[in-house]
Design a protein around this ligand. Structure first.
Ligand SMILES: [Zn+2]
Length: 528
């Protein structure tokens, strides 16, 4: 998922709030994590706060405002005193958080008013859903997890690959939001949400002028159900270049060389959620306008003018990746993009397209670049065919590592929780690398207190040469990798170490992707 940078006016708001917070020795509240989860919105003040729109009062009498120095805060204090309530501390908060709190406050109030009859009007829940999604988009969240159980709903958000508790709602609100999402907002609102069976759908939302696209999935669970909303497009991302994503210049040169080939396959591998689609989109930008480009996608996430985008319906046999790929082959294409190679059928379309003189780009689930070959053999493509010089040309595999927030990162050697591992790292990486390395800090307003400043791609890129084809024919990935390393190829581990040295990634985060970095795992032979 691409980074969302704050618009300039929101940057300015944050700066003003920081000033206020520093003066009052408080912190700027940017999300519900910053609040005591038991402290709810004060119902008596809600109607008045909603009118002001920039302020909210909690049950503890704490006042939260996006304009903490404004007249509204003074008025609010007077109003509280007139009700016999002593006003509490005033906190600076982003306007996004204030509007979210104002919306969440409505829940109890209207639930009480209606005593569980028909439920709140649909527009209220639709607004609630939008507030939740908008908040997620602002915080570069990739997935919203809604866990509905008998007595509560837990909302968690995955940000930079990590799951964090975001809020707790009533069970009822959780159910309502889930059914409104499925029944009112999805593309084919024909499907009726049933928490007792697994369901999935895709959903376009227009929020504050942005076209946001989500994919919904649900499964039944003991005592309730889980629903996950994956944010596919935030409506404002420009296609990032490979350089911005984290590919090295050398890797980019190889990919560019491959994109100029008249035929052959370029495969992007990686686990789910590693940004393969984003990389495909960046490659798509390199296709020359004189070439006819067909892109088979499920679903079409972002409109690209230079391509004919063909949507897939995986539920219908005649509209699968393979069928649509075969159909595109009859349309006199130069370049075909197969969004995902999920099955044998699609793998055969990839091979056929390459050997009939087309450039094919596709993605596959594997953990290493060399493993693409074993996976394809597994899918029923013969090694002899794979080693044909018109089939595999460029193999890529990518994963994402969290970057430290540059604002609050600290030198690695000063971080207390990294101390026990310094000796191991130093033994493998050397003193110089460690001197330059950084660790995640305690977090600041800029990074929502996470210490993380987005994610970066680590990739392996292989140009399939004559020697490589010999290894492919024998399915000998071990010796192939050895050969590649001897010729200066960078694998995940080399690239991750590079990023540690540049102070971009915390070694703990790098280890999540490449495994423990210590002399034992480094050794060719494990001594017991
Ligand atoms: Zn920070």
């Amino acid at each position: 998922m691409a980074e969302v940078t704050l618009p300039p006016n929101e940057e300015k708001e944050l700066a003003l709030l920081e000033q206020y917070a520093a003066a009052t020795k408080t912190k700027v509240l940017t999300s519900s994590y910053d609040l005591d989860s038991k402290d709810k919105v004060m119902d008596e003040m809600l109607a008045w706060c909603k009118e002001q729109a920039n302020i909210v009062v909690l049950k503890s009498a704490a006042i939260i405002s996006s304009e903490p120095t404004s007249r509204t805060v003074q008025n609010c204090k007077s109003l509280l005193l007139s009700k016999g309530i002593h006003p509490g501390q005033v906190y600076a908060a982003t306007s996004a958080l204030v509007s979210l709190l104002l919306a969440s406050g409505g829940e109890e109030e209207s639930a009480k008013k209606q005593k569980g009859e028909t439920t709140i009007s649909f527009s209220d829940q639709q607004r609630h859903l939008r507030d939740l999604v908008y908040e997620a988009v602002l915080q570069s969240v990739s997935d919203i997890h809604i866990q509905v159980r008998q007595t509560y709903t837990k909302i968690r958000m995955r940000q930079h690959g990590e799951l964090r508790v975001y809020a707790e709602w009533s069970e009822k609100l959780g159910r309502e939001i889930a059914s409104v999402a499925f029944n009112k907002e999805t593309d084919h609102a024909t499907s009726h949400f049933n928490p007792l069976i697994p369901q999935d759908a895709s959903m376009p939302l227009k929020i504050h002028g942005k076209d946001i696209r989500l994919r919904l999935a649900s499964v039944p669970a003991h005592g309730g159900f889980d629903m996950v909303m994956r944010i596919l497009a935030t409506g404002e991302e420009r296609t990032q270049t490979l350089d911005q994503l984290g590919y090295t210049q050398q890797q980019i040169d190889i990919i560019k060389m491959a994109m100029k080939l008249p035929f052959g396959a370029i495969i992007v591998a990686g686990p789910t959620g590693s940004g393969k689609t984003t990389t495909l989109a960046s490659c798509m930008e390199m296709v020359e306008s004189a070439q006819k480009l067909y892109s088979i996608e499920d679903p079409v996430e972002k409109v690209v003018e230079a391509a004919t985008q063909v949507p897939v319906n995986t539920e219908k046999e005649d509209r699968s990746f393979a069928s649509m790929g075969r159909a595109a082959l009859r349309m006199d294409p130069d370049v075909i993009i197969l969004g995902e190679m999920r099955d044998e059928d699609t793998a055969h379309v990839m091979v056929r397209a390459s050997i009939t003189g087309h450039l094919v780009l596709t993605t596959l689930h594997t953990n290493r670049a060399t493993a693409i070959v074993t996976r394809l053999v597994d899918m029923g493509i013969s090694p002899v065919l794979l080693s044909d010089s018109s089939v595999l040309r460029c193999l890529m595999c990518q994963r994402l590592i969290a970057k430290v927030c540059p604002q609050c990162a600290i030198p690695l050697r000063n971080s207390p929780k990294h101390q026990p591992y310094l000796a191991d790292w130093e033994a493998v990486l050397g003193t110089e690398v460690l001197d330059k390395a950084k660790a995640r800090g305690n977090g600041c307003a800029k990074c929502n207190r996470s210490g993380v400043g987005g994610r970066i791609v680590v990739a392996e890129v292989i140009w399939v040469d004559e020697e490589g084809r010999q290894f492919i024919q024998k399915c000998d990935t071990l010796n192939w990798e050895k050969y590649l390393k001897e010729n200066g190829w960078m694998d995940f581990r080399d690239r991750a170490i590079d990023l540690i040295q540049q102070g971009i990634c915390d070694p703990f985060d790098a280890e999540k992707v490449v495994g423990p970095i210590n002399p034992l795992t480094q050794a060719r032979i494990f001594k017991y």
